[in-house]
Ligand binder design. Structure first.
Ligand SMILES: *[C@@H]1O[C@H](CO)[C@@H](O)[C@H](O)[C@H]1NC(C)=O
Ligand SMILES: *[C@@H]1O[C@H](CO)[C@@H](O)[C@H](O)[C@H]1NC(C)=O
Length: 419
């Protein structure tokens, strides 16, 4: 009878209890089932609980120019070597790469949306079986967007306009790619549907030029939204004789700042919001989210498509623009370090679960079996929370990885956050 009523559509289908096994296969053992990297997962609709994944597609090409995996491996080696020698504050090998003619910055990872490196929209009911919903979320966009280099999308829904607002890190194409980075910023498009395509593209003026990795947070309690963003021109060395005499690369750029978004649109910073810098050394790959009364900002040492990954420091504050305190670390350097770069902390709300599960997602650059960038994996692990006393903040629930810091090859989604 129930089946018949469901069939006739007389009663609505209850949302299924989410139970799925999430796998993190060993490095180089498999290819990712789809071309999705570095972007958020959202559950827009509490009824259907459908997951939307906004991610970069990188296509079937090896990183670093030449069409051979050997070059890709050489790049990987150089990148690690440079970072080991120069320390974690040093960005990657594109600095060396033009000298070595490796082609970094011209090929895989730096293609335009016209060549397939674009934002795709994927959907899934269970976080395992994904369907490509929109192959190019930028379809029909302006030339400056379609012939550019894009990284790391993020998206919010504005509760006033009901529009979905997609932000993407935008770089004009230039030679060498370092020149692109210096002029980088963001592109913002809107859509009436979570599927896109996104239209009305603009390039918002930010307090700090040279926009890099970023993350967006919506504060449902206040109806406000914020961006946390790194930028090439947000220097730690910004005053005194050093600021005047040091070359740009020695001024420790890439600080992460937080800026409020215009509440009525979310497509640009709020007028006079000001940017608050919350780091004191070069950092990137922020993931910004709110849980209970706390804002959390996870970020790590610089890693530009690097094989060794980054760390994932956790800052917390009771207010979006700080002050923040360093409260934890999701991926400490050392023996058990996961060679992945922080991407996002996404929320899983499922019927039957006692509370929202927060999942740490990080990009495993150079992890595919094929050597193709589009086949690289992400590493996912659920977070558990533990109260800690933090000076100035009181009792703060601090996240740590459910597996205790070791690589988790598989875990059951329905069983968290029981661990
Ligand atoms: C995956 O999801 C699609 C779309 O919802 C569905 O048609 C298909 O049967 C699913 N496949 C599996 C193996 O669950
Ligand atoms: C794009 O801009 C036009 C003109 O302002 C407006 O009518 C339309 O609603 C906008 N579309 C979206 C999806 O924001």
């Amino acid at each position: 009878m129930l089946n018949l009523l469901l069939f006739l559509g007389l009663i609505s289908t209850p949302p299924a209890i989410l139970a799925a096994t999430i796998y993190n296969p060993p490095l180089y053992s498999a290819d990712s089932p789809d071309d999705y990297h570095d972007g958020p997962i959202m559950q827009w609709d509490p009824e259907t609980q459908l997951f939307y994944r906004y991610a970069m597609a990188y296509t079937q090409c090896p990183l670093a120019g030449a069409p051979s995996t050997a070059t890709s491996m050489l790049y990987k080696f150089l990148n690690s070597a440079v970072q080991s020698l120069a320390g974690t504050g040093f960005d990657c090998a594109p600095i060396l790469s033009p000298l070595l003619s490796l082609g970094f910055g011209r090929d895989c990872g730096f293609k335009s949306p016209l060549s397939g490196q674009t934002v795709r929209v994927h959907t899934s009911a269970d976080l395992v079986n994904w369907t490509v919903k929109t192959n190019n979320a930028l379809e029909g966009g302006p030339d400056w967007l379609l012939d550019s280099i894009l990284f790391r999308p993020a998206i919010l829904r504005n509760p006033v306009t009901k529009k979905y607002v997609l932000w993407v890190n935008w770089l004009p194409r230039d030679e060498p790619v370092l020149a692109s980075y210096r002029r980088s910023g963001y592109a913002v498009g809107t859509s009436d549907s979570p599927d896109g395509p996104f239209v009305n593209w603009t390039r918002p003026a930010m307090s700090h030029a040279g926009g890099a990795d970023f993350s967006l947070v919506f504060d449902a309690d206040a109806g406000d939204a914020y961006i946390a963003y790194g930028s090439w021109h947000n220097y730690a060395v910004s005053e005194g004789w050093r600021a005047e005499w040091y070359p740009d690369w020695a001024k420790d750029g890439h600080q992460i700042a937080i800026e409020k978004l215009d509440p009525s649109t979310f497509v640009e910073p709020a007028v006079d919001s000001g940017a608050v810098t919350v780091t004191s050394a070069p950092q990137e790959a922020p993931a910004f989210f709110k849980r209970g009364g706390f804002f959390y900002l996870v970020h790590g040492d610089l890693c530009c498509f690097c094989a060794r990954g980054g760390d994932a420091k956790v800052l917390a504050s009771r207010s979006a623009q700080g002050p923040y305190a360093l409260v934890g670390q999701l991926n400490a350097w050392g023996e058990d370090h996961v060679p992945a770069q922080n991407s996002d902390v996404f929320e899983v709300r499922a019927e039957g679960a006692r509370e929202t599960t927060y999942v740490w997602a990080a990009d495993l650059w150079f992890s595919s079996k094929s050597g193709m960038k589009g086949d690289d994996h992400q590493y996912w692990e659920p977070l558990v929370w533990e109260d800690q006393e933090v000076e100035g903040l009181g009792t703060v629930p601090v996240p740590r990885r459910a597996g205790g810091g070791k690589w988790m090859g598989e875990w059951e989604l329905g069983q968290h956050p029981k661990l």
